[in-house]
Design a protein around this ligand. Structure first.
Ligand code: ZN
Length: 255
């Protein structure tokens, strides 16, 4: 039997999928996409993600606060957070992190990010990290907290050197649609050079459309094209890439 695909980062709970979620998940299963992880955005959204995981076996979730939603969300009471983390299909903390591109001071973001890091140490769960133009700050915090289960730097598109620093801290690289753009030289070089054990694949849909699909909402179905591009770049078979990236996700998220 050929190995199945695991989309390690998909906002499948977003409204844009409301009308098509059921048929889209059936289409995913037909294409052997059997696992998908919905990252946490803010506490109210966790409940929505929980409901979806209960409806669709194979769909997992994480609980955390995304930096983009920090202005409108507050950090939950520890008990509420712990309860969400104990939810059967909840396998990680996040997505959380630092985003220097948005209009919210990094110091404010850092308080919440550190709460996630501390929680990761306390409950021993992996982290899903969102980081834009704040890699030094993020790496420093990872070194300080040493989260025991590591995690993933989602949507990673940095250099080989940066990728190695994260991998040395126990963090995988979440590889998405950016590798399908021929101009993404740095990222394409990086995915060729890194050990296959360090890579997860993700669509980040409905965001991050692949090359050739700009302007359309991205879909978890495109995980196959991301895997195929990775296979082509690394000159390995699609089967090898799929088997390894799925195994990496399963190992990281304990499923
Ligand atoms: Zn995301």
């Amino acid at each position: 039997m050929s190995p199945h695909f695991f989309d390690s980062h998909c906002h499948f709970d977003f409204e844009v999928f409301d009308d098509t979620r059921r048929s889209l998940w059936s289409a995913c299963l037909e294409k052997n996409i059997q696992q998908l992880l919905i990252p946490g955005i803010h506490p109210k959204q966790w409940l929505r993600a929980q409901a979806i995981t209960e409806q669709y076996p194979g769909i997992l979730m994480a609980a955390g606060i995304h930096p983009w939603w920090l202005a409108s969300a507050v950090l939950p009471e520890t008990e509420q957070w712990l309860a969400a983390l104990k939810f059967p299909q909840c396998v990680a903390l996040g997505e959380c992190g630092l985003d220097a591109v948005i209009d919210l001071p990094l110091e404010k973001q850092q308080v919440v990010f550190e709460a996630h890091l501390q929680m990761a140490v306390e409950v021993s769960m992996p982290l899903i990290i969102h980081v834009r133009q704040a890699h030094n700050e993020t790496l420093q915090l990872l070194k300080r907290y040493q989260p025991p289960r590591g995690g993933v730097i989602h949507g990673f598109s940095g250099s080989i050197e940066l990728a190695k620093q994260y991998w040395n801290q126990g963090f995988h690289l979440g590889i998405g649609g950016s590798i399908t753009y021929p101009r993404a030289h740095k990222t394409r070089k990086m995915v060729k050079a890194m050990p296959l054990a360090s890579l997860l694949i993700e669509t980040d849909s409905p965001d991050m459309p692949l090359s050739g699909y700009q302007g359309q909402p991205n879909s978890p179905l495109r995980i196959i094209e991301i895997a195929a591009t990775l296979a082509e770049l690394r000159q390995q078979s699609l089967e090898t890439i799929t088997e390894a990236t799925t195994a990496n996700s399963c190992r990281l998220f304990g499923r």
